[in-house]
Design a protein around this ligand. Sequence first.
Ligand code: 4NP
Length: 150
Amino acid sequence: MKTNILMVCLGNICRSPLAEGILKNKVNSNSVYIDSAGTGGYHIGNSPDPRSIAVAKKYDIDISEQKCRQFKIEDFDKFDTIYVMDLNNYNNITKLTRDQNQKEKVKLLLSETDLETKEVPDPYHDDNGFEHVYQLIDNACSTIADKLGE
Ligand code: 4NP
């Protein structure tokens, strides 16, 4: 059986597309399915932000084909773990949970790291933030891949 992992941020154009692309690059797609979504619906159908595409490309990861979608209730059934980037996302998603099992699926991505900071900052208004965001996400995804035995 595949492990299904969903990466969630607000817009699904900056952070979670990076998280999807970075984790996909570390695991075997035969055993792990990874997707991403946004809590907001402002950019549905759009490609990732060009600044996220560029920083991923710098590390030989192509996220340009991803398309933005909004989180939906059925995602609680489909996914084993829902990684959120910040506490805003956490509150928005856990508000929608119907039981404890669903709530336990929702985790801050950086809770997988030893880092003091537990939130991936929103880089949308910060051109210089994308490298930092990439490194934070990469750190967490390395641990996730290790845990999955990949
Ligand atoms: P993301 O960044 O949540 O990492 O995709 C954002 C993208 C767009 C907006 C906010 C955050 N926005 O307000 O449009």
